[in-house]
Write a protein that binds this ligand. Sequence first.
Ligand code: CA
Ligand code: CA
Length: 435
Amino acid sequence: MKIKSFFIIAIYLLLALSSPKNVTAQVAIGEDRTLLVDGKPFFPVGLYLAIRSEPGWAPEILFPKFKEWGFNTLEWFILPTNTNEYNQKILNLAANNNLKLLPELSETIRNSYNRDFISSFIESYKSYPSILVWYTVDEPSISSAKFEDVNDAYNLIKGLDPNHPVFLLDYGQENLEKYGKATNILGTDPYPIPGFPLKRVADFTNMANQAVAYKKPVWIAIQAHNLANYGSPNGRFPTPREEKIMVYLALTHGAKGILYYSFGDVINNEPLWNYLRDLNSEINELSPILLSGDIEQVVQVSPPPQNNEGIHTLLKKYQNKWYLLAVNSENKNIDASFNIPPDWPQGLVRVYKENRTIPVVNRQFTESFGAYDTHVYEINSLHGDANIDGRVDSEDFALLVTDYLKEPVHNTDFNSDGRVDSEDFAILQANYLKQ
Ligand SMILES: [Ca+2]
Ligand SMILES: [Ca+2]
């Protein structure tokens, strides 16, 4: 009897251990339009055309690779002919590789609206933990999808599954305003290369944000393809540098997720594909900062952008430090200066991941941006935090002792009077152990 009980307990334990995979994720949209997965902020770094039921596209091989390459989300184009067995395999493989899915239902909305299929698809798979959001339709305005059908699908899905928001993507101001009403998350796809400047990404991100009055999240599809393969003359792939600038322009204009279009394309451009791993690693490292709440303060940049060209910035506060993302959208050098708000501590600005600092003089720091350059600045938010690590402690005290009564002074001149003396010591003491 005891042995039998032991086995029963062991089986329960095994079931309990494997159960997290079977728990439905609760996906919601937070106050600042960040996606929340089970209450935790999530920044989607997605990939289009990553799943195909064709030879050479074995998800068992590709999914671990996508994860290793820094993607956390895969668009999944749903074909009504897929078997239940195949769908379950994709859903489970995604969960096992810690990847989220955007099942795209375009095929059942665009040509003829298949309400019954959508209803049964949502019912069948809504409890799978790898579902992130339902992607009703891609570019409805330039396909033959009817607004009434798109809107009906949105309401149908909302009724069937309150745990996962709806996403759709379109193009152009009027369409974004129209279709932005039939979704929880709005996407758009600025593909500037070859015909447009990169700042088109900034323009489109603003346009989508305005279309939803900054009330719904905006996700941006980033060009990782050659438009020549889609019928556009003179097309080419973006260079790795252009790819980075497009991502930074989406981020600095408030994108809450990015989706590269597409794996099926970029896999044919080895330098760009390999670069995406580095870029994703950079975005994923920045994601806690990107996911921290929006703030009202601003760091003024001079010269300010003209017609959305120039230095674009995004200010965030995370763990007692301000972070300023800055990107030069132009293919030319720009000398810029940044003015920090009057109540901020002076001292130094650290350039994130670049192993250098810039002094703040008269509430201003300067930078020479190269063409298509990006930098992220870490700025002290605590008086007395000389080494800009987000806390005031003995390390800051040691720096103050080193600088005491010496000139030139740097980050230990907390009251910005040009000398390090007892007044700075008093400031450090007053903030000691704050973080
Ligand atoms: Ca410190
Ligand atoms: Ca001083």
